[in-house]
Design a protein around this ligand. Structure first.
Ligand SMILES: O=C(O)[C@H](O)CO
Length: 456
């Protein structure tokens, strides 16, 4: 590995360490006598455990098992039972809560079973139950609970296959996560606050790790314990705008239409009385990862410019912006003085036109590398890493990929075309051949993505 790639790896690892959900929770939650004390990002909660007969530990999301591990450490045998649903491979050894693994980003049958169990446990919770819920990104796909509704027009039941197809279509359409989740919330029994409604009348504390730009609690894992400001009309408009309304399964269109005609109930809205029984606590964000990366880079001697925690839009367009800033920085000290480190955070999308393998970060790295081809000797000074903090970029086993002059040379020597790989959305194969993927394995955290540029 080149020295710059080693630095990129160290900086990314420092960011992951800062957003380890186990550490974030054990630092902010403690038990003093019978009082569970929480102090997170300015929010304080004191819960007297003597008021409850039992504690349930529930959760969904790629980081939820790591979050639950912290609660098992803090509460031990006080936890009566629980259920945590994670992506395959993202599990932790829990003693009090059952762990179910399911699929992401396209849901599977295991996810349906987990969602059913979560709903059953939520339904059992009463006034004497304290529910601790651990929510993180991935939760939406991991716990599909397809809506089945009775209306004056009869019964409409969405199936798992309907949800799978709708997810695939929306993912490939380049829809933003807020858009995908607006649709999900309106075809689910748990999302858009409906899980919280089932917990009623139990008191619940929900700990949320954000993988959504701007940290909207109603969007993270489709806001299972939060109100929803979107409507059936919005969901239909999104499907239309993304060009998939006529292609989503009939049952989905039908349910959304029934909702639009007010024949079935909306998701939980602001002011709903069930909301007063929960406290949603945001435990970590992309911004924290970005700041940790900045601290590490400074320690390694770089002048750091954290640019944004809101990088979004089409991956290859975002890559062009990053590449232009990197090139300017390489060419002149009037921007960030060298050695420089530029850090971006956020989450982009890929509108699929090809049939290759990849993820949004690998696509950013590929488009960045492709742009470097047109540079002069600035390219010798630059190294780049784009990676996902959860360790799975798209449906691949890589967190992301590197780009630098050596990788570019190797691509030329191997006769690999970055343009052809971009056309085919095949960044994984491209970087795999060049040994330039970054693989961390599942990190059990999830706060969107980071893109880091080093310039000497
Ligand atoms: O699960 C989800 O809905 C996404 O990861 C956003 O949180």
């Amino acid at each position: 590995m080149t020295p710059l790639r080693t630095h990129l790896t160290e900086i990314f690892t420092a960011a992951l360490d800062r957003v380890n959900p186990y550490t974030m929770i054990t630092r902010s939650v403690c038990l003093e006598g019978e009082t569970l004390k929480v102090s997170i990002n300015g929010q304080e909660v004191n819960e007297n455990l003597a008021d409850y007969d039992r504690i349930l530990l529930l959760g969904a999301g790629k980081a939820s098992a790591r979050m639950a591990l912290a609660f098992e450490e803090i509460l031990g045998d006080r936890i009566s039972k629980g259920l945590i649903c994670v992506k395959y491979g993202h599990t932790e050894p829990l003693r009090h809560a059952e762990v179910v693994e399911s699929d992401h980003p396209v849901p599977d049958e295991n996810g349906v079973k987990a969602a059913r169990r979560l709903a059953e446990l939520a339904d059992e919770a009463d006034e004497k139950t304290l529910v601790i819920t651990c929510i993180s990104g991935g939760g939406s796909a991991l716990t599909p609970s397809p809506l089945c509704v009775d209306s004056p027009d009869g019964t409409t039941c969405i199936t798992l296959a309907d949800k799978q197809e709708t997810t695939r279509l929306l993912l490939a359409s380049g829809a933003a996560i807020e858009e995908i989740n607006c649709v999900r919330k309106h075809i689910s029994n748990l999302k858009g606050g409906r899980f919280l409604a089932r917990l009623h009348p139990a008191r619940s504390l929900t700990f949320i790790l954000s993988d959504v730009i701007g940290d909207d609690l109603g969007s993270i894992a489709s806001g299972m314990t939060h109100f929803d400001t979107t409507t059936f009309a919005d969901a239909l408009a999104i499907l239309r705008r993304r060009g998939v309304l006529e292609r989503v399964p009939q049952n989905v269109r039908e349910a959304l239409k029934l909702g639009f005609e007010e024949k079935i109930p909306e998701t939980v809205k602001p002011g709903d009385p069930t909301l007063s029984l929960t406290t949603n606590l945001l435990i970590g964000t992309n911004r924290q990862a970005l700041l940790a990366a900045a601290d590490k880079a400074r320690g390694l001697g770089y002048t750091v410019s954290p640019i944004t925690a809101r990088l979004c839009g089409e991956a290859r367009h975002a890559a062009k912006v990053i590449a232009d800033i990197a090139r300017d920085t390489a060419a002149s000290d009037m921007f960030t003085p060298k050695p420089a480190c530029l850090i971006f955070g956020g989450e982009t999308v890929v509108t699929l036109t090809g049939t290759g393998k990849g993820g949004r970060n690998q696509e950013i790295a590929l488009a960045f590398l492709h742009d470097m081809k047109g540079w002069n000797d600035e390219k010798e000074k630059v190294a780049f890493l784009a990676a996902s903090t959860d360790g799975n970029d798209g449906p691949t086993d890589a967190a992301g990929a590197f780009a630098d002059a050596e990788i570019l040379q190797k691509a030329t020597a191997f006769n690999l075309s970055s343009q052809a790989a971009l056309n085919a959305n095949d960044a994984y194969t491209f970087f795999d051949t060049l040994n330039a993927l970054h693989k961390t394995g599942p990190t059990n955290t999830n706060v969107c993505d980071l893109q880091i540029v080093l310039i000497t």
